[in-house]
Ligand binder design. Structure first.
Ligand code: CA
Length: 238
């Protein structure tokens, strides 16, 4: 079945260009010219291309409302050039990736393909169907719920993707590049500092003593290793 993509863009020539190219690529694309229409339509789609600058309700607000309604549909933001604030705000509002205008349509297709690839990876394999259990912690990759030493936690899609990647390579060091590629794709978060911050969050959720990790180990300059069985004294910050 064709993947369905909603293009939310008020500039008709840009919207048409995107729609035609997505259709040529084998997707089924439709256009919503403004925020309210997007909010009526989005539930029928597998991915949203969302312009930030929209009349009425802007793209950031549209994204925030979609997330508030509990949807995790992947969202690719289109932002103005040099609008770093938009980019950060978009990712904070729950966007998955962003593209700066003016962009090359080929680049847009690559981003969309990458987002679907990451989604397919997330939904595949043993962990997507079963719960992960380690050291008294539990994680359900379908409901996004977890349980750690300090009680229940609700995880974001990116946190779960990172955890899934590490757990699939249990006992091995996973490099930051592998992580950025599998979880974020090209553009969204080029810094390895982001990965560090996400590791800190996983420790906060699941480590009995986040400052003395026994599951999520960091190796400076190399990457990270997950061990389901608690390992004391592993990694740099052990
Ligand atoms: Ca616009």
């Amino acid at each position: 079945m064709k993947r369905r993509i909603l293009v939310v863009e008020d500039e008709a020539h840009i919207a048409d260009g995107i729609r035609i190219n997505l259709d040529l690529e084998g997707y089924e694309a439709q256009i919503a010219p403004d925020g309210p229409t997007a909010l009526e339509m989005y539930r029928d789609f597998d991915l949203i291309v969302l312009d930030v600058m929209l009349p009425g309700i802007d793209g950031l607000m549209v994204c925030a409302r979609i997330r508030a309604e509990g949807s995790r549909v992947p969202i690719l933001f289109l932002t103005a050039r040099d609008a770093d604030n938009d980019r950060i705000a978009g990712l904070e509002a729950g966007g998955d990736d962003y593209l700066t205008k003016p962009f090359n349509l080929r680049e847009l297709l690559l981003r969309v393909r990458g987002m679907f690839r990451r989604l397919e990876w997330y939904e595949s394999g043993r962990l997507a169907r079963e719960r992960l259990e380690f050291g008294g912690c539990r994680v359900n990759f379908r409901t996004y719920e977890g349980h750690g030493p300090r009680g229940p936690v609700e995880l974001t899609p990116k946190e779960l993707m990172l955890l899934k990647l590490l757990a699939e390579h249990e006992g091995e060091v996973v490099t930051r590049d592998q992580i950025l590629d599998a979880v974020w794709g090209y553009g969204a978060f080029p810094t390895t500092r982001t990965v560090d911050n996400f590791i800190l969050r996983l420790r906060k959720y699941f480590e009995p003593e986040p400052r003395q990790p026994v599951h999520f180990h960091a190796y400076r300059g190399a990457g990270y290793k997950f061990t389901g069985t608690p390992q004391v004294g592993e990694g740099e910050d052990a």
